[in-house]
Write a protein that binds this ligand. Structure first.
Ligand SMILES: NC(=O)c1ccc[n+]([C@@H]2O[C@H](COP(=O)([O-])OP(=O)(O)OC[C@H]3O[C@@H](n4cnc5c(N)ncnc54)[C@H](O)[C@@H]3O)[C@@H](O)[C@H]2O)c1
Length: 252
């Protein structure tokens, strides 16, 4: 048991997830880092402990109802409750026109990016409401609010994440739980590297899938800082919000 605030982070072994874990640990949160890759989660947890924090790693595939239920139970039993949940696991899918987009890859992207967030909302929110309440943040993308050629499954899944977040925010309105989305623009992480590799293969010299943008890529820490704000009481009047973190690219 711990008297500290407890936050669960899915995709916590990846770029944005691990940076958010480090940020929250530095603010005295206890962090449960869940990832499909136990090695990545363990590595991120070790880095949090090296910062003097309390962190546990757990293998969890967010497309599996059993895994998500186990994750919620693990955090609740081990640390006495969940006060923050960052539903952040996601995959990019392929850089391919819709007419050529493989159906199985489409299903996989929807499975991780949408069903994964649905399962986290379904099982974590009741546990949070039954406890001390808290803040749930899901990772959308600027692809949640813009069209983009060649990444149809990703764009559709991230649009739908906003639909789920807004639904949950309304269902829990007036309770002790808030639900918001963070929408990063391009961020330097392994996922963005792989998108740009795929785009470069498709169109050598074409500058990647993203059209030229006036603002540079962000860092995982840029997103982590915003998530930490959404987790904190400083954002207590925010619910159902979609917070863009993109240095202005979306409005340019
Ligand atoms: N990098 C960007 O530019 C960018 C921009 C907007 C939104 N995002 C979103 O941010 C989130 C984190 O992405 P990132 O850039 O840190 O990528 P990343 O690839 O570094 O991290 C993603 C993590 O999710 C994990 N994961 C994948 N499938 C999983 C599953 N089924 N269950 C549990 N974990 C799983 C991976 O193992 C990995 O550790 C994603 O939702 C992504 O769509 C990223």
């Amino acid at each position: 048991m711990t008297s500290r605030k407890v936050v669960v982070i899915t995709g916590g072994g990846g770029g944005i997830g691990a940076a958010t874990a480090a940020k929250l640990v530095s603010q005295d949160w206890t962090v449960v880092i869940a990832d499909q890759s136990l090695a990545a989660a363990t590595d991120a947890a070790e880095r949090c402990r090296a910062l003097g924090g309390t962190a546990e790693a757990l293998a969890c595939d967010v497309t599996s109802s059993d895994d998500v239920q186990k994750l919620v139970r693990f955090a609740s039993d081990r640390f006495g409750g969940i006060h923050g949940f960052f539903a952040n696991a996601g995959i990019s899918g392929l850089v391919t026109p819709l007419a050529e987009y493989p159906e199985d890859v489409f299903d996989k992207v929807i499975g991780v990016n949408l069903r994964g967030v649905f399962l986290c909302l379904k099982y974590a929110l009741p546990a949070m409401r039954a406890g001390a309440g808290g803040s749930f943040v899901a990772t959308g993308s600027t692809a949640s609010i813009r069209g983009r050629a060649l990444v149809g499954a990703y764009t559709a899944s991230k649009h739908a994440v906003l639909g789920l977040v807004r639904t949950a925010a309304m269902e829990y309105l007036g309770s002790n739980v808030r639900v918001n989305a963070v929408l990063p623009g391009p961020i330097h992480t392994p996922m963005m590297d792989s998108i740009n590799e795929m785009a470069a293969k498709r169109n050598p010299g074409g500058g990647g899938v993203l059209r030229a943008t006036p603002a540079p890529y962000g860092t995982p820490e840029d997103v982590a800082n915003t998530v930490a704000f959404l987790m904190s009481p400083d954002s207590s009047h925010m619910n159902g919000a979609a917070v863009v973190v993109d240095a202005g690219n979306t409005v340019a």
